[in-house]
Design a protein around this ligand. Structure first.
Ligand SMILES: [Zn+2]
Length: 487
């Protein structure tokens, strides 16, 4: 019998957003310990779901579920959260008898009060306890800011390859299978990481130039010695010294090959860095194009993405839709617990005067003052039905569908990044039959909405921060780095 401890500790930190991510924020998504973990994640198409699925197929593996802590992306994480999760995890590792391996699901771009590299620090602590021989395999986000401490204190790392992150489950499967390969003596793990002096903006992996990097990585993987080749984009909005892209090459007992592939791929990315560009346009122009288009146009409020830590109540695109008289338009989601509650009290069929959105900060735009018809009210719980995090439940809190002029707005009590059309269908709206869909999402929406949208436009609306790396005010990242220091 072999014993593998599994754990999750995930949050993506945007250090340019004021405030803190608290223990309550983790509890709102998931903060589970011990025996609560397996039943909760079993069958889920995410990393922990993959760990459970792969490991439980084997009779000779005992799973020790330790802690599963995950919060919506947001501002810097409170120190007490880190101390709490760290204590639980280290205690479980210490008290486990004859531990054979540790499988972790990390994001890789978390920042904690006073700790720039919490995942690296935690790995260092784990390594100190278990020694050098116990394998530690990790699934990570595409946006992980890979650090020296992470690389030195883990055995193998598997960041998602795709943005939209449609391969969370696959990353978990790769990490779990690699762990079994090591324990079975079939894999002699070798990992080489190479940091690039490049900050990558929030761009999709499905188009050039990123798709070229991934195709090259896949071609290298055809070699039997190669376990995996990954290109982690990094998350430049977590301002730490180790920001930036990173190539990770993992082989079965072949350090020279790992070194050589990492070098070749790093050179290729460096040569293409000038193509790593955001293509975003202002709200007025975007709405004008959407109204003129045939079919369904998606307008993505790429800056007000709660999935990157944004407030989720920016109003400029909604103002613009009303101003330009857009019809058959739907909007997901406006974070406004007060208005959701007001609508719930009035009930479906009522028309109420609302002051909607624009409450978190003056920079997200003024509230929309309007008469709104309350179409329906719900508890905001629904599962993802598309490939990304399939089966995982969303909790939007009290949710109201309201119609303001020609725009149907889903008003939620929790911040939420819509990437699954089920956010509309669960609320009685069929998105394929609409003309304009506004989504507060940077890239993830493309996977599911791209299947039926005629046009998808990234909109640059005002917010508390900017996607523009030059104007962001990056202070901590090591220099020189592209595009802050152009070469
Ligand atoms: Zn990500």
């Amino acid at each position: 019998m072999k014993t593998i401890l599994i754990a999750e500790f995930k949050q993506e930190t945007n250090t340019f957003i004021a405030g803190h991510t608290t223990l309550e924020d983790f509890m709102a998504r998931n903060l589970l310990v011990g025996d609560e973990i397996l039943p909760y994640f079993q069958g889920n198409k995410n990393e922990i779901g993959a760990f459970i699925s792969v490991l439980s197929k084997r009779d000779d593996i005992l799973i020790i579920p330790s802690v599963a802590a995950n919060a919506l992306p947001g501002p810097i994480v409170k120190r007490n959260v880190y101390d709490y999760v760290r204590a639980l995890l280290l205690e479980d590792i210490q008290k486990a008898e004859a531990l054979d391996g540790i499988l972790l699901s990390f994001h890789g771009a978390m920042v904690v009060e006073g700790i720039e590299d919490p995942e690296g620090s935690l790995l260092e602590d784990i390594r100190y306890i278990v020694g050098d021989t116990i394998p530690i395999c990790i699934s990570m986000d595409f946006h992980a800011n890979i650090t020296k401490k992470m690389a030195e204190n883990s055995t193998l790392m598997f960041p998602f390859r795709r943005y939209p992150h449609i391969d969370m489950y696959e990353s978990g499967v790769c990490a779990a299978e690699a762990m079994l390969g090591i324990l079975d003596g079939k894999i002699q793990p070798v990992m080489r990481t190479k940091k690039l002096h490049i900050l990558c903006p929030l761009i999709t992996s499905d188009e050039e130039p990123y798709i070229d990097f991934l195709n090259a990585a896949t071609a290298f993987e055809e070699d039997n010695d190669v376990i995996s080749v990954s290109v982690s984009a990094g998350f430049p909005y977590a301002d730490i010294s180790a920001g930036g892209m990173c190539v990770i090459v993992q082989t079965n007992g072949n350090p020279a090959k790992a070194e050589q592939i990492a070098k070749t791929l790093t050179n290729m990315i460096d040569e293409a860095k000038h193509q790593l560009q955001l293509n975003i346009i202002p709200p007025a122009q975007a709405v004008e194009i959407a109204i003129a288009q045939e079919g369904t146009t998606v307008l993505a409020d790429v800056v007000d993405n709660p999935g990157a830590g944004s407030p989720g109540d920016a109003t400029e695109i909604l103002h613009e839709l009303i101003r330009q008289g857009a019809q058959n338009a739907i909007f997901a989601t406006m974070y406004d617990p007060q208005v959701a509650e007001q609508a719930a009290k009035a009930g479906p069929g009522a028309t109420i005067q609302v002051s909607l959105g624009g409450k978190s900060d003056p920079r997200v735009g003024p509230s929309v003052i309007a008469n709104a018809y309350v179409k329906s009210v719900s508890d905001g719980i629904f599962p993802n039905k598309e490939v990304m995090s399939h089966g995982v439940l969303n909790h939007l809190g009290t949710t109201a569908v309201m119609v303001i002029d020609g725009v149907t707005v889903i008003v939620a009590s929790n911040r939420y990044q819509p990437w699954d059309p089920e956010v509309f269908r669960a609320n009685g709206i069929e998105p394929t039959e609409t003309s304009i869909i506004v989504l507060k999402s940077s890239i993830h929406y493309r996977a599911a909405f791209g299947k039926f949208a005629t046009t998808m436009i990234a909109v640059n609306a005002p917010n508390v921060w900017t996607l523009d790396l030059q104007d962001l005010g990056i202070k901590n990242c090591r220099r020189p780095i592209y595009p802050l220091d152009k070469e």
